[in-house]
Design a binder for this molecule. Structure first.
Ligand code: PXG
Length: 461
């Protein structure tokens, strides 16, 4: 579609959608009253709606379109696979070149010792599979009591029964009577929100200590794993102080608790390193990946196995009874391979690390001068901007006002896609974004903070 749809066409799609389509994470009745927004095309860092309005996509879709929209060669890689081998699977002692080459490519990129992978189709499936593999690992090790999975409050690990149980955002659980038994939570590391006057590194150690206390409370002989995102994504983009991960790793090793790292957002260059594990010096036993693996051009995910889990499974002498019809689908694998080739050829991870990432970080920090803005934090092409009722006393807005959503609505109306998590505005633009385009985001964000402040009867910047 190149031309904007007519007004009538937009209405027609809205009516069809209202009648037949239930949307994820959406209040259906409220949406249908107002009419859904329809995105019809995308190019570079921009998306267009069906009325022809252009928006700059500060979120890379849902944190995934890392190489930007409209990549001909990804379309061609998919088309070639569709013609040659539209489908075949990796069940029953079979494979195809796309998935085999992708497995080898991932093994070369993944943290040290992680030489084996399984495939899935979404981050949720990857996490569900990771949970199963952790359980299986301890069975193989003759420690079947080790079955409790610890994860963090505010974590987002997906929506399947296992992944939602692992998640720490309580609204994701109440509708479904989750978590399942055997899923335990520890407090998260969110210095600006919970750290008070404590030094960030002391706070990081204190939060890590809560993990140790939880392991001891449950009994180390019962604890299978600790799951975490290197940096909280959908929970509010909270970055750990430097002290946090080394201490967490020490604790997990001490009590023989597997480290399961969820790299669904942080993987494949988002932080300026290939993986969050590289950024924080974490040596995961098992790792989940999705999103940036194909830059969102195809649904594909993977579970990386560290040395001991990989060896145990590869030498188990029995069938591994799991896998999906689409695991390692040839078209998705072909597109993912080409996507990784683009990241390498165009040195996009290096670009995020040394060029566009630092520029983005310095520009978002300028937003801290706005009277509505408290902490600004981020790394690479991840940025969070906290909107505060009173930044001097670090007073958050009353949640009922829902300032974040108000601001997000101004952003949409002004041509900017920015995510609101509570009252934290989040940015995760594509790696190919130019400096001018970052300036455009910053100017639009400032304007939308002004509009939000005006709605609240507060002073503008
Ligand atoms: N782990 C992490 C860290 C994620 O961010 C998942 C797992 C689940 O992946 P799938 O592919 O099953 O969705 C995610 C997904 C948002 C938003 O608005 C974030 C996600 C998904 C949808 C919306 O921030 N993250």
């Amino acid at each position: 579609m190149t031309k904007p749809a007519t007004h009538n066409q937009t209405r027609h799609w809205q009516e069809l959608d209202a009648a037949h389509h239930i949307h994820p994470f959406t209040e259906t009745a409220a949406l249908n009253k107002k009419g859904v927004r329809i995105i019809t095309k995308a190019k570079g860092v921009y998306i267009w709606d069906s009325d022809g309005n252009r928006l700059i996509d500060g979120m890379s879709g849902l944190w995934c379109v890392n190489v930007g929209y409209g990549r001909e060669e990804l379309a061609e890689a998919g088309y070639k696979a569709l013609k040659e081998l539209p489908y075949y699977n990796a069940f029953f002692q079979t494979t195809h070149p796309y998935v085999t080459e992708l497995a080898a490519k991932l093994a070369a990129l993944l943290p040290k010792g992680m030489t084996r992978v399984l495939f899935a189709n979404s981050g949720s499936e990857a996490n569900d599979t990771a949970i199963k593999l952790i359980r299986y690992y301890w069975n193989l090790m003759g420690k079947p009591a080790k079955k409790i999975h610890i994860s963090r409050e505010y974590a987002y690990h997906g929506v399947t029964m296992g992944a939602a149980s692992l998640s720490g955002l309580t609204p994701m659980q109440t509708q479904w009577d989750l978590p399942l038994p055997g899923f335990e939570k520890v407090p998260t590391v969110y210095w600006y929100g919970f750290g008070g006057n404590q030094d960030p590194n002391e706070y990081g150690l204190a939060v890590a200590k809560k993990l140790e206390e939880k392991i001891l409370e449950l009994g180390p002989e019962n604890v299978a794993s600790f799951s975490a995102e290197p940096i909280h994504g959908a929970g509010g983009l909270m970055l750990p102080p430097d002290s946090y991960w080394p201490e967490v790793q020490r604790i997990c090793r001490k009590y023989d608790v597997l480290i399961h790292l969820d790299e669904v957002i942080t993987g494949f260059g988002r932080t300026g390193r290939w993986f969050g594990a590289d950024l924080y010096g974490i040596e995961p036993d098992i790792m989940s990946m999705a999103k940036g693996m194909s830059s969102g051009y195809q649904p594909i995910a993977a579970i990386g196995l560290g040395h001991r889990v990989g060896e145990a499974i590869a030498t188990a002498n029995e069938e591994l009874v799991t896998g999906f019809t689409w695991s390692g689908h040839p078209v998705a694998a072909a597109v993912s391979l080409r996507n990784l080739e683009i990241l390498e050829r165009e040195k996009l991870v290096e670009r995020v690390h040394a060029d566009i990432g630092p520029y983005f970080q310095s520009k978002i920090r300028e937003l801290a001068k706005h009277p509505l803005v408290g902490e600004v934090r981020g790394v690479g092409l991840l940025g969070a901007i906290e909107l505060m009722d009173d930044k001097a006393s670090r007073k958050f807005f009353d949640r009922r006002i829902d300032v974040g959503t108000q601001c997000r609505n101004h952003c949409f109306a002004n041509g900017l896609v920015m995510r609101a998590i509570r009252d934290t505005m989040v940015l995760a633009p594509p790696f190919i974004i130019s400096k001018n385009e970052i300036d455009e985001i910053i100017n639009l964000a400032w304007r939308c903070f002004d509009l939000t402040a005006r709605d609240l009867g507060k002073s503008t910047g």
